[in-house]
Design a protein around this ligand. Structure first.
Ligand code: CP
Ligand code: NVA
Length: 330
């Protein structure tokens, strides 16, 4: 029987089988083709979705908006200050109200338990647009990007450098384990994924013929890698005071040309974005002034290099979010 995700929530990839994840990547690929050909695909005309953002966003918000419009839907955006959620109305009540008006609800914010509670009460599909623990829509885009480069993620190796316990690293570990891609978390022991998640992912990886490696040794971590991936060192919702400590811990794990040279010759560089690869941002400039460092998790040279796929990855967010919406609402 074919995969059917109609009516399902999209909260974390641990809830999905490898076949279901592959189906979403396939669908994203098809929808990308339609978009590039200019073929209309207003498959969900008459439906409406709401986007709840308790943290800022460029890619995720724009992807949900453009995907929603391309599918023929109405899209409502609620920013952190303009809804009653949390302050005057519980998560549970908000979910029950929005579920009466909308066909689907996106949530970006804090603890995973919030998006799970929305899902438990909404009565319509809820999509996780990033929580403190996970960033699952990013993974469909990343697997599409990897597939476009290498054909299939299976048997390849992805190394995540730096803050290896954050939402993006956690999600990469899960998706790699599910799709048979070897995953390496390369960073200091203070910034590793939780023992519990590692144990869960190792069990999944064993079923799918791949491995999960944790190391603080850059040469070991990057050796044989097809994909070198990184993310910012202080995530949204974490206090700015953490910068000094994170810089001290994570500087050895900056992705430089020397690091890329330790990976496979045809390796690619990936980053979910946004990135501090220069001083053209307010925070990047403040850090340069305070700590005397102009590039943080990745050098500008690697970010701009022929190995970098960061903008393909960003475009793929839209096609893959469209796949998630369509698969769950059709
Ligand atoms: N990668 C990502 O989620 O980007 P935004 O924070 O801009 O949505
Ligand atoms: N780890 C980052 C990802 C941003 C897309 C954050 O949570 O801020």
């Amino acid at each position: 029987m074919g995969v059917n995700l109609s009516g399902r929530h999209f909260l974390k990839l641990l809830d999905f089988t490898p076949e279901e994840i592959t189906y979403l990547v396939d669908l994203a690929e098809e929808l990308k083709k339609l978009k590039h050909e200019g073929t209309p695909h207003r498959y969900l005309e008459g439906k409406n979705i709401v986007l709840l953002f308790e943290k800022t966003s460029t890619r995720t918000r724009c992807s949900f908006e453009v995907a929603g419009h391309d599918l023929g839907m109405g899209v409502t955006y609620l920013d952190p200050k303009s809804s009653q959620m949390g302050k005057k109305e519980s998560i549970e009540d908000t979910a029950r109200v929005l579920g009466r008006m909308f066909d689907g609800i996106e949530y970006r914010g804090y603890g995973q338990e919030i998006v799970e509670e929305l899902a438990a009460n909404a009565g319509v599909p809820v999509w996780n647009g990033l929580t403190t623990e996970f960033h699952p829509t990013q993974m469909i885009a990343d697997m599409l990007t990897i597939r476009e480069e290498f054909g299939s993620p299976k048997g390849r190796k992805l190394t995540f450098m730096g803050d290896a316990g954050n939402n993006v690293a956690n999600s990469l570990m899960v998706v790699c384990a599910k799709l048979g891609m070897n995953f390496c978390a390369c960073g200091p022991k203070e910034q590793m994924p939780s023992d519990e998640l590692v144990a869960t992912c190792r069990e999944i990886a064993a079923e799918n013929g791949c491995e999960i490696l944790l190391t603080d040794d850059v040469a070991e971590g990057v050796a044989g890698s097809d994909v070198v991936y990184t993310d910012i060192w202080v995530s949204m919702g974490e206090p700015a005071e953490l910068w000094a400590e994170r810089i001290r811990l994570l500087e050895p794990y900056r992705v430089t040309s020397e690091v890329m040279a330790l990976a496979k010759e045809d390796a690619i560089f990936m980053h979910c974005l946004p990135s501090y690869h220069d001083t053209k941002t307010t925070i990047g400039a403040e850090i340069a002034e305070k700590f005397g460092i102009e590039e943080l998790e990745v050098t500008d040279e690697v970010f701009e290099s022929a190995q970098s796929r960061v903008f393909d990855e960003a475009e793929n967010r839209m096609h893959s979010i469209k796949a998630v919406i369509y698969a769950t609402l059709k």
